[in-house]
Design a protein around this ligand. Structure first.
Ligand code: C2E
Ligand code: MG
Ligand code: MG
Ligand code: MG
Length: 279
């Protein structure tokens, strides 16, 4: 009996595992084809100067328009892209696309803004990254100072020496660096201060709790003050209410980004937004 039960259990277990494995394999296979089939899109979310309301940057955000499915947000496929190594070619596509888009806007006479590109820490570990960026900037003609690379604290946790070398190479070119989702990782500001960074993005989770949670408000104010002392630009992400905006501005946060100002926009809508805000 025990044997029989064991076998049934095993079959049940292996059946559901197979279903999961199959689903993952299918997803992985379509992700492999997604680049060739041109299924990725970039949207752009404006970053505004908190004092003047002028657009200072556009963050490129990736999504996957998988045929027959709802649009797949990055959090649902970037981890798989990282596990499979596909992140290298996807990340390359993002860089080319975002830089080419920024140059198109310049040529259209729109006010110059930075374009911010998110990098996976895996991408970042490759020594090829600096070469790639150099190639993309040269081929598209984007001035290096118009490119901001968003990295996460994960980059500093391992391979600190390699990370520092790559950042230094890119900084020499004139590219800007910001630390994304700041406050969610374990790195301290003193550790970050060893790297030549330009900006710090306060994570949405702090901004969200500003009004309800005095501790979050205090922490946010402290992060802004310390970052400014280190000479870093501060960008708050996920700003949704006027109350959050007022608090951030009063505490010296230089730049803001969030649904209060704009959702991520298609390239055409982003151009229209830029045009409307240029006078
Ligand atoms: P992130 O870089 O921190 O991007 C901000 C995310 O917050 C975006 O989600 C954006 O749509 C969302 N957001 C912006 N304003 C608000 C707001 O006011 N309220 C709320 N609730 N959300 C807001 P999205 O597009 O789903 O991107 C999620 C994450 O995926 C990004 O977080 C980034 O880490 C990653 N990602 C996006 N594009 C790329 C890419 O090209 N390469 C890599 N490696 N990662 C990417
Ligand atoms: Mg980002
Ligand atoms: Mg973020
Ligand atoms: Mg994030």
């Amino acid at each position: 009996h025990a044997k029989e039960l064991g076998r049934n259990t095993y079959q049940y277990y292996s059946g559901s595992m197979n279903a999961m494995a199959l689903e993952r394999l299918t997803l992985e296979n379509s992700l492999r084809w997604a680049l060739k089939r041109n299924e990725f899109r970039l949207c752009y979310q404006p970053q505004l100067d908190a004092a003047t309301g002028r657009v200072v940057g556009m963050e490129a955000l990736l999504s996957w328009h998988r045929p027959g499915c709802d649009v797949v947000p990055p959090d649902d496929f970037i981890p798989l892209a990282e596990e499979t190594g596909l992140i290298a070619s996807i990340g390359e596509w993002v860089l080319w696309n975002a830089c080419a888009q920024a140059v198109t806007w310049l040529h259209e006479g729109l006010p110059p803004v930075r374009v911010a590109v998110n990098l996976s820490s895996l991408q970042f570990r490759s020594r090829r990254l600096a070469e790639l960026v150099r190639k993309v900037l040269r081929a598209t003609g984007l001035p290096p100072s118009h490119l901001e690379l968003e990295i996460t604290e994960g980059v500093f946790m391992s391979n600190e020496e390699d990370a520092a070398a790559v950042i230094r190479d890119l900084k020499k070119m004139g590219v800007r660096f910001s630390v994304d989702d700041f406050g969610t990782g374990y790195s301290s500001l003193s550790r970050l201060s060893r790297f030549p960074l330009d900006a710090l993005k306060i994570d949405r989770s702090f901004v969200r709790d500003i009004s309800a949670d005095p501790a979050a408000a205090g922490l946010t104010a402290a992060i802004i003050a310390m970052a400014r002392n280190l000479g870093l630009n501060v960008i708050a992400e996920g700003v949704e209410t006027l109350e959050q905006f007022a608090f951030l501005r009063a505490n010296g946060c230089a730049e803001v980004q969030g649904f209060l100002f704009s959702q991520p926009l298609t390239p055409d809508a982003a151009a229209a937004f830029l045009r409307a805000r240029s006078h």
